[in-house]
Design a protein. Structure first.
Length: 124
């Protein structure tokens, strides 16, 4: 199976950065993730579009004026990709939160599972 990881990650970050309203977030999540997506990181475990959208909205509420950005080059094979990311302030470019995710990407280009790891967290 040949998966287009670049496009999948573009949609992934578009979902994480969709903050113009719940409808736009829901649409971005539907483009980026399968209906039954499973997302797990040290602070959360969610499943499905509604829970992922709620998690993303919570990140925006906690870090207003920030956006998620790909950090480094993604590395993938078969249907699995790992990639680093940072949460970057639009005001000053600082990145107080960073980590990496390992995602499974389906043939349709949508992410069906994510295992997230946090490398840098404020106060940790």
């Amino acid at each position: 199976m040949s998966v287009d990881f670049r496009t999948a990650l573009q949609h992934y970050f578009a979902a994480w950065n969709a903050s113009t309203g719940p409808d736009d977030l829901a649409k971005a999540v539907a483009v980026a993730f399968t209906e039954d997506v499973a997302y797990t990181d040290p602070g959360t475990e969610v499943r499905g579009h509604a829970e992922v959208a709620e998690m993303i909205a919570g990140a925006h509420a906690q870090f207003p004026g920030f956006e998620f950005r790909l950090h480094g080059e993604p590395d993938g094979h078969h249907d699995i990709v790992r990639f680093g990311w940072e949460l970057v302030s639009l005001a000053d470019g600082s990145a107080p939160v960073a980590g990496f995710d390992v995602a499974t990407v389906e043939e349709d280009g949508r992410v069906s599972s994510v295992k997230g790891f946090l490398d840098r967290v404020p106060g940790a």
